[in-house]
Design a protein around this ligand. Structure first.
Ligand SMILES: Nc1ncnc2c1ncn2[C@@H]1O[C@H](COP(=O)(O)OP(=O)(O)O)[C@@H](O)[C@H]1O
Ligand SMILES: [Mg+2]
Length: 393
């Protein structure tokens, strides 16, 4: 963002106000101000104030939320970020519905605050643009569309999330292209946790803005992993996942396809109604299984259902996870399912456990775990296949 953003700090604690002022003043594109003393007549004050964003303490003049609402009603172009240490999910939702940009703890770190300030401006621009024009949002002449790679299993616990996360990180590392990872386990997703990423925004924020959505706005709700992978997390509050429907998912994926080269999806372990649209958009579907009869029987049923849904068999790949010396062999799995295994990942409890404990992915961690090769091979052969298909088209 090149233009200067005018930020006003209204905090009931002078000490915190000074601190915030000091921290935010370090940013060249922020012009930060704070009144010398609490404003007694807010209406008079805001009339002459030129701020774009107001950081407003929930206790300011006894009722920060009320003041925030009044300011938004009178000056809709201003963005309000409430600082509240005692915010509950309920009042956060209420605040967002009122048009407040964000609610953060008063002690939020500088990075969080600044990110929220920038995001509020992205939203505002988006809002202004949507008012100005009702033209189609797909840029003319843009033909390349991102590929969707879905990881799926109808049996939980086989390692779908584990593979989706690690595949995405490696795909980003190997290609340096734009790679997104979307957690579609809407109620109990743990992609962000597996990558040790903080969840400040989630797919629910995208859904709240679905009418105005474009690539930049979705990206403002994603978290960036150190590899450069962009992650769209599922909602940390399980009930909120219920607000997301199939149409939302279709819009989100089509929008991501406009700005990412690859979109990796971690799917829930069922053909839920809400994820049905995913299959029509998927270019490569990795069916994840473990080498045991229960999991294989699930895969068989899932393959039948996919066929009934007219999902092209040529897009299905089998990923065999947790293969060990004592498990069923790869060739027996292939015979049982009558299809080739695309890649295998060994059982590696200690490696996986260690990667989870340090919150970094199994692949790409500095500590060389013995058997990381398999996911790397999987990613490399995917890239080769993708490039050869790409060169033919
Ligand atoms: N190759 C592996 N070796 C050892 N443990 C694994 C392996 N793959 C996955 N796990 C573990 O299995 C559990 C289930 O994995 P997860 O990815 O959450 O499965 P799903 O998404 O299919 O429910 C996790 O605790 C994960 O760490
Ligand atoms: Mg999972």
């Amino acid at each position: 963002m090149n233009t200067l953003i005018h930020v006003l700090i209204l905090h009931s604690s002078q000490a915190r106000s000074d601190e915030l002022y000091g921290e935010l003043s370090n940013f060249n594109d922020l012009d930060v101000r704070k009144p010398l003393e609490p404003t007694i007549d807010p209406n008079e004050f805001f009339r002459t104030d030129h701020s774009d964003v107001i950081l407003l303490d929930a206790d300011y003049l006894g009722n920060g939320y009320g003041l925030g609402q009044a300011v938004i009603e009178a000056f809709p172009s201003k963005s309000i970020i409430i600082l509240d240490d005692n915010s509950t999910m309920e009042n956060m939702k209420k605040a967002l519905r009122m048009g407040i940009s964000d609610v953060l703890p008063s002690s939020a770190d500088t990075e969080t605050l600044v990110e929220s300030v920038y995001r509020s401006q992205v939203k505002k621009l988006q809002w202004q643009e949507s008012i100005k024009s009702s033209k189609g949002r797909v840029p003319a002449g843009k033909v390349s569309r991102g590929k969707i790679i879905s990881f799926f299993s109808t049996k939980g616990g086989v390692g779908t999330t584990f593979l989706a996360v690690n595949f995405a990180v490696l795909l980003r590392n190997e290609t340096q292209k734009r790679v997104a990872l979307v957690d579609l386990n809407l109620n109990y997703g743990n992609v962000a946790l597996a990558l040790n990423l903080p969840v400040r925004n989630s797919i629910n924020d995208v859904v709240n803005e679905i009418r105005n959505i474009d690539g930049d706005l979705i990206e403002s709700f994603m978290v960036t992993h150190e590899s450069g992978l962009k992650v769209l997390a599922s909602n940390p509050d399980p009930q909120l996942g219920d607000f997301v429907n199939g149409d939302h998912i279709q819009v989100i994926l089509s929008t991501l396809q406009e700005s990412f080269d690859y979109i990796v999806l971690d799917l829930p372990s069922d053909f839920l109604e809400v994820i049905r649209p995913v299959f029509a958009l998927t270019n490569t579907l990795f069916m994840v299984t473990t080498p045991d009869i229960l999991a294989l029987s699930n895969v068989k049923s899932a393959l039948i259902l996919l066929r009934e849904m007219n999902f092209p068999a040529a897009r299905v790949r089998l990923a065999l996870n947790r293969l060990s010396r004592s498990s069923m062999s790869k060739s027996r799995v292939e015979r049982t399912l009558d299809m080739p295994v695309s890649f295998t990942i060994p059982e590696d409890a200690s490696g996986v456990y260690a990667s989870l404990n340090i919150g970094s992915p199994y692949v790409g961690t500095k500590k060389p775990f013995k058997k990381t090769g398999s996911i790397e091979q999987a990613v490399r052969s995917f890239i080769e296949e993708d490039q050869s298909v790409g060169s033919v088209v």
